[in-house]
Design a protein around this ligand. Structure first.
Ligand code: NOJ
Length: 754
C-alpha cells in the first residue's frame, strides 16, 4: 500500500500532492534535480536500494537463466518497492501489468524504467549494426535507430541497451556484428548518430527512448576473440581506441552506460572505480546512471575479485555501478552494508538520484503509462518503417569485387541459378539480436530476385545450413550435408549466371557466438569450388555477421557482394543492388583478413621497428606463410560508378589548423556515391602513432561525369592524441595527409606544422 502519493510538482493523475513534501533546494539545480532531491528525502533506505535493482521479466531471458528470483519473489519485491527496473518485459499488456504494480501498489508509486535489447530494430529489423556502419551514412543510421525507438516505445519499452560502441579488431569475436567496426573516429560519429536516433530531441516524447552506451570498457578486445575472455590492452589503446566512442556517447547526452563482463588490468569493469568513477563520472562529467551487465556483479566472484555476494555489492557500489542487472547483490546485501557502516549511504543516494533523474526525463512521473498505448502498438511494423530499413539495407551493402563489370546483371533474358540455403532463408537476415521480430519474417534473396527481375530463376539449396532455430540463448544446431551438391551443380550447368548465397546463419554471430575459424562454415567452400568447376560466372553474395576469410573466393570468383545480415528487407535490398536499381556505396569498417592467423588485423596498426625488408632475410615483421596485408582493407567498397582523385592540396593555417581539399570525379556514366576518406600520420610523436588514422570522411553524391572539390579542416582535435596519462596532446611537427576511397589511399602529401 502506498503511504505517500507524492510526485513533487508533477502529479500522477490519481495522486495527491502535498506542498509540505516539497523541500527547498539550491538555486543551481534544474527543476528535475529539485524533484529528485525531494523525492529522495521521502525514501527509506530499502526503497532507495530497490531503485538500484533490476529484474529480468518472466518470459524471456538474455543471459544464463537466473538461479534466484522466481516469479513469485519478483512480484513480491515489485509490490514492496524493491525493484527499480525490469528488462525483457515487452508488449503493452506485459509492461502495463508490472508498471501498474510499481505505480499503484508500492508506497511511493515510483514508476519502473523498462529496458530491452533493441539492437537493430524492434519488430521491423534493420541491418546488423556492423552492416549499418558500412554505409558511413550518419543520417541513415540515426533514422534506423529512431525507427527502432519508435517501435519499442510503442511496445511499452523506454530504454534500450544500445548502442554497443565497443571497437573491435578481432573477427573471431561474435559481437563485432553489434558494433561499428575497428575505427574509433568513425565509431564515435556512429555512436553519436545512434544515441541521437534513439533519444531524439525530446526524451519525454512517447516515440523516443533512453539509450545505453555499452560495454564500458574494452569488452571488444577479448583475448583470442573469445567472448567474455580476459582483456589485456595498453594504456594508449585504451585512451585512443576504446574510450573515444564512449566519450562521444556521453557528450551526446546518452542517459545510461552499461559496464562490461571483462577485466581490465586485473580489475573487473563492474568493480572498476577508475573506469566508472574517475573517467566516466569524474573526467567526463556523466550524469546518467550505470547499469551492470547481466550478472556481472556476481561474476566478480568467478573472476576471483570478491569472495561472496556481500563483498560484490560493496565493491560494485563503491566503484560506481548504479543498477544491478540480475545479480541480486544490491537487493540482498546493500541495506545491511549501509547499516553496518561499510558503505556510505551517500553512494546509494548518488546512484538513486541518477536513476530517478532519467525516469523524470523520460516523463515517467508525468505519466508512467506513456509508453503503454494499445493504439500505438498497432502501428508497429508500419510501411514507412519497412521503407526506412530497406533504405538502410541498400546503403549497408559493400561491393567487394566486380571483375569485368559482371554486376549489375540484366533484368531480363537471363537464366539464373540461385544456390545456397541462405538464399531461401527468411530467418538468418534478422540476426541473433532479433528483439520482437517474427521468425522467418525477412524477405529472402530468392523472393527479392524474383520480384526485381523478369529473369528465369532456378533455385537449388546445395548445402543445408541449419536444422533448428536455437533461439537467443541456445547453441546453433547446424548441420552441413552435401546431399544437395549434385542438384546444385546440375542447376549451375544450365545457367547463364550463378548467384550463390553463402556465409553464416544469423545465429552464428552475436553474443556468445565466437568462432575460432572465420572461413565459410561447413561444406560451403567445397560447394563453391564444385560449382565453379562447372560455371565460372558466379556472383557470390555473403551473409555474415563478421569479416570472413575467403582467400579462394577473392581470387577466383568474379563478383562478391557483402550483404551481412540485412534485416527484414534483406532480399529486396540485395536484388536492387544485383540488378542495378541501386548503385552500392558501402565501405568496410573492419578489415577482412586473408586467414584467421592474421587476426587481430586493422588498418591503423603501428609501423614497428622492422616494417619491411628489401634484403633477402627473415628479420622483419611478417609471416612466412601469409602476406601481411588484409584481403579487403578498411574503407574498401566498390560502386558501379568509378571515381578518380586529383589535386590534393593542404595548407597550414596561422592557427596551426590544416585546410585540405581534393578534386574527386565520377569518371563513369552512372550516378553514384563515394565515401571520400581522409587519413593522417603523425610522423614523430612522444607516443608512437599509427601508420594511418581516419580523421575525416564525407559521403558525396556525384552525377555521371561530375567533379566536386571536397574540403576538410583538421584541427588540434584531429591532429592530437592521448598520452599514457590520458592527457590530450597536440605536438606540432611533420604530418602525412592521405586521401582516397579506402584506407589504401591514392593521394598523399606531407606538411610541417611549426
Ligand atoms: C548481456 C549482454 O552483454 C548485454 O549487452 C545485454 O544488454 C544484456 N545481456 C541484457 O540482455
Amino acid at each position: 500500500m502506498r503511504l505517500l502519493h507524492v510526485c513533487l510538482g508533477l502529479v500522477l493523475p490519481f495522486f495527491a500532492i502535498s506542498q509540505s513534501d516539497y523541500k527547498p533546494t539550491t538555486p543551481l539545480q534544474s527543476p528535475i534535480d529539485k524533484k529528485v532531491d525531494s523525492l529522495l528525502t521521502l525514501m527509506t533506505l530499502e526503497e532507495k536500494v530497490g531503485q538500484m535493482n533490476q529484474y529480468n521479466g518472466f518470459w524471456e531471458v538474455t543471459g544464463p537463466a537466473p538461479t534466484e528470483g522466481n516469479a513469485a519473489k519478483k512480484y513480491e519485491h515489485l509490490r514492496q518497492g524493491l525493484v527499480g527496473s525490469m528488462l525483457n518485459v515487452r508488449g503493452v499488456k506485459n509492461v502495463y501489468e508490472v508498471q501498474k504494480i510499481a505505480v499503484e501498489e508500492t508506497r511511493l508509486g515510483i514508476p519502473l524504467i523498462i529496458g530491452f535489447d533493441v539492437i537493430h530494430g524492434y519488430k521491423t529489423i534493420s541491418p546488423i549494426p556492423l552492416a549499418e556502419s558500412a554505409s558511413w551514412d550518419l543520417e541513415a543510421i540515426k533514422k534506423s535507430s529512431s525507427v527502432a525507438a519508435d517501435e519499442s516505445a510503442a511496445a511499452g519499452i523506454n530504454w534500450t541497451f544500445a548502442p554497443m560502441v565497443d571497437i573491435s579488431r578481432d573477427a573471431r569475436w561474435g559481437r563485432v556484428m553489434e558494433g561499428a567496426g575497428e575505427d574509433a573516429f568513425l565509431g564515435s560519429k556512429i555512436a553519436q548518430a545512434r544515441v541521437q536516433g534513439f533519444q531524439g530531441d525530446k526524451l519525454s516524447a512517447n516515440t523516443t527512448i533512453a539509450a545505453c552506451a555499452k560495454h564500458f570498457a574494452a569488452y571488444g578486445f577479448p583475448e583470442a576473440g573469445r567472448d567474455y575472455n580476459t582483456v589485456d590492452i595498453g594504456t594508449s589503446t585504451l585512451y585512443n581506441q576504446v574510450f573515444p566512442p564512449f566519450k562521444a556517447a556521453a557528450d551526446s547526452d546518452v542517459k545510461t552506460f552499461m559496464n562490461a563482463f571483462n577485466i581490465l588490468n586485473g580489475i573487473p569493469a563492474t568493480g572498476n572505480a577508475f573506469l566508472q568513477r574517475d573517467i566516466l563520472k569524474g573526467k567526463w562529467g556523466f550524469e546518467g546512471f550505470v547499469i551492470s551487465d547481466w550478472g556481472s556483479l556476481k561474476e566478480m566472484i568467478s573472476h576471483g575479485f570478491a569472495k561472496d555476494l556481500k563483498q560484490v555489492a560493496e565493491i560494485a557500489v563503491k566503484a560506481g555501478s548504479d543498477m544491478d542487472m540480475e545479480s541480486y547483490a544490491y537487493v540482498n546485501e546493500l541495506v545491511k552494508l549501509v547499516k553496518d557502516g561499510v558503505v556510505n549511504e551517500a553512494l546509494v543516494d548518488d546512484a538513486v538520484k541518477r536513476i530517478l533523474k532519467v525516469k523524470f526525463e523520460l516523463g515517467l512521473f508525468d505519466d508512467p503509462y506513456r509508453y503503454c498505448s494499445y493504439e500505438r502498438e498497432q502501428t508497429i511494423g508500419k510501411p514507412e518503417h519497412h521503407e526506412a530499413v530497406l533504405d538502410m539495407a541498400k546503403k549497408s551493402i559493400v561491393l567487394l569485387k566486380n571483375e569485368n563489370k559482371q554486376l549489375p546483371l540484366k533484368k531480363e533474358g537471363l537464366k539464373i541459378a540461385l544456390i545456397g540455403s541462405l538464399a531461401n532463408d527468411k530467418d538468418s537476415p534478422i540476426g541473433s539480436w532479433r528483439a520482437a521480430a517474427e521468425p522467418n519474417s525477412a524477405v529472402s534473396v530468392l523472393e527479392g530476385l524474383k520480384k526485381h527481375s523478369a529473369n528465369t530463376i532456378i533455385y537449388s539449396e546445395g548445402v543445408k545450413v541449419l536444422t533448428s532455430n536455437p533461439g537467443f540463448t541456445g547453441k546453433a544446431n547446424i548441420s552441413y550435408d552435401k546431399s544437395g551438391f549434385a542438384d546444385a551443380i546440375a542447376t549451375a550447368k544450365k545457367a547463364d549466371v550463378v548467384v550463390m548465397v553463402l556465409g553464416e546463419h544469423g545465429f552464428q554471430s552475436g553474443e556468445g557466438r565466437s568462432r575460432a575459424n572465420i572461413n565459410l562454415p561447413g561444406v560451403q567452400q567445397e560447394l563453391l569450388e564444385a560449382v565453379y568447376e562447372i560455371n565460372k560466372n558466379i556472383v557470390l553474395i555473403l551473409n555474415n555477421g563478421r569479416p570472413l576469410a575467403i582467400p579462394w573466393a577473392a581470387q577466383h570468383i568474379p563478383s562478391i557482394v557483402e550483404a551481412w545480415h540485412l534485416g527484414s528487407q534483406s532480399g529486396n535490398a540485395i536484388a536492387q543492388v544485383v540488378f542495378g536499381d541501386y548503385n552500392p556505396s558501402g565501405k568496410l569498417t573492419m578489415s577482412f583478413p586473408r586467414s584467421v592467423g592474421q587476426v587481430p588485423i586493422m588498418y591503423n596498426r603501428y609501423n614497428t621497428g622492422r616494417p619491411a625488408n628489401a634484403e633477402d632475410n627473415v628479420f622483419w615483421s611478417h609471416y612466412s606463410d601469409e602476406e601481411n596485408s588484409p584481403q579487403f582493407v578498411f574503407g574498401h567498397g566498390l560502386s558501379y560508378s568509378e571515381f578518380s582523385y586529383e589535386d590534393l592540396n593542404v595548407t597550414v593555417n596561422a592557427d596551426s589548423t590544416l585546410s585540405v581539399s581534393v578534386k574527386v570525379t565520377n569518371t563513369s556514366s552512372i550516378d553514384g556515391k563515394e565515401v571520400v576518406q581522409l587519413y593522417i600520420h603523425d610522423k614523430v610523436a612522444s607516443v608512437v602513432r599509427p601508420i594511418k588514422e581516419l580523421k575525416g570522411f564525407e559521403l558525396v553524391a556525384f552525377e555521371a561525369g561530375e567533379t566536386k572539390t571536397i574540403r576538410f579542416t583538421l584541427t588540434e582535435q584531429e591532429l592530437g592524441f592521448f598520452n599514457n596519462l590520458g592527457q590530450w596532446r597536440f605536438e606540432p611537427g611533420d604530418f602525412k595527409i592521405f586521401i582516397g576511397g579506402s584506407s589504401n589511399t591514392v593521394l598523399e602529401t606531407e606538411v610541417t606544422i611549426k
